[in-house]
Write a protein that binds this ligand. Sequence first.
Ligand SMILES: [Zn+2]
Length: 155
Amino acid sequence: MHSDHVGWIGHKVNGELVATFPNARHLVRSAEWRRFDNPAENRASVADALNLLEHRIEFVEEGEYIAPEVRILATPGHTAGHASLLVTADEERVIILGDIFHSALQIEHLEWTNTFDRDPEQAKAMRRWMLHELAQPLTTGGATHIADSVFISLG
Ligand SMILES: [Zn+2]
């Protein structure tokens, strides 16, 4: 529920906010959605998304399959409700990392955090755990924020 991931989720037509992809399922971990229950949480950059998704959202949790070979991985740290996706096909795995890594430099320097990590210590621990996962055979990471090398394979 960060603006760089949901900022495009709606747009205005004749002054009315409409879903960009009206037939899409909109999935979020409940912890991610619930953080906006806190009045101190900054809603400014996601206000349209929150309004648009309020009656469309489907909650998903750790281990839940959202498609036959696609499972939710709870990966807290960047935010408490952060999620990644685990895609499996036979013996191969691809982990869509989301916001675990924001730069390729963090693969070498796990301790380097960014101002958007809500819990920097948990985010570092999550990067450490994820590097272990990415070092397993037949495992590839899809790093959505690392534009020049989107796929990471350490195994
Ligand atoms: Zn992001």
